[in-house]
Design a protein around this ligand. Structure first.
Ligand SMILES: Cc1cc2nc3c(=O)[nH]c(=O)nc-3n(C[C@H](O)[C@H](O)[C@H](O)COP(=O)(O)O)c2cc1C
Length: 220
């Protein structure tokens, strides 16, 4: 075979190899820097989370609890004040008391843990900004719910604040000082059964640019 034939074969092989690499890696000007699998597992965990109120006997390891608490504290926070304070309940007597005292929290009796998400009103922004503690603690609570679901746990957010009688009963039960306000009690355990998320998607709840009562969908 002539030298020129070898050269053509070599060039053809090089072209095939380069094309294969380009196709398998996707085009280099892709707009999305997040790998598809990472993005889809995060979105999928958000979309499939649902409140779980029945739990199995399986215990939750301290490692798992530690991850949940880290996830909670990774939440955004107004002026980064991080006013969340968290009381983890693993005492069966306290779990039973919560389940018996509050008709909307009976699942606490079955839960392996409850996590009471509180706000410290002494570390918030001054004036009206103080109220941001509620949003900060809510963001931390949602992080905890999604992290729990992502790790195969079931959880339900049970509201405490702003109901005065719930706030005072929890404050007394957990011996909270006056500046620590209990906001939510998250009951946790491994789900006793398969769970199905609710479909809450409703495009009617969206407006573009300005609120109009006679909102025509075409203005998008
Ligand atoms: C502020 C707040 C308070 C809630 N309080 C309770 C409660 O006391 N008991 C309860 O079983 N669920 C409670 N939930 C859970 C809601 O009932 C639940 O999120 C809602 O029905 C939607 O269902 P999903 O979480 O499965 O999507 C509360 C949720 C929020 C956000």
């Amino acid at each position: 075979m002539k030298n020129s034939s070898y050269l053509i074969i070599l060039l053809a092989l090089g072209l095939v190899f380069t094309s294969y690499k380009w196709i398998s890696s996707g085009s280099s000007d892709s707009a999305d820097p997040v790998p598809a699998n990472v993005q889809s597992s995060t979105i999928s965990d958000i979309m499939t989370r649902t409140s779980v109120r029945a739990y199995s006997d399986r215990d939750i390891s301290e490692n798992t609890m530690d991850t949940l608490l880290h996830a909670a504290m990774a939440a955004p926070s107004a002026a980064n004040k991080q006013p969340w304070r968290i009381v983890v309940i693993n005492d069966k007597k306290i779990l039973d008391t919560i389940g018996e005292r509050f008709s909307s929290m009976t699942m606490a009796k079955q839960a392996r843990r409850a996590v009471v998400m509180c706000g410290d009103t002494t570390v918030t922004l001054p004036g009206l900004g103080t109220e941001y503690w509620i949003q900060d603690v809510s963001a931390a609570t949602e992080n905890l719910l999604i992290a729990a679901h992502a790790m195969g746990l079931g959880a339900v957010w049970c509201g405490i604040y702003p109901m005065p009688e719930r706030v005072s009963e929890f404050s007394e039960l957990l011996k909270l000082p006056n500046h620590i306000i209990p906001m939510a009690c998250v009951c946790l355990g491994y789900p006793a059964a398969e769970t199905t998320p609710k479909d809450k998607w409703n495009p009617q709840h969206i407006r573009y640019n300005q609120w109009r009562r006679d909102y025509p969908r075409e203005i998008r």
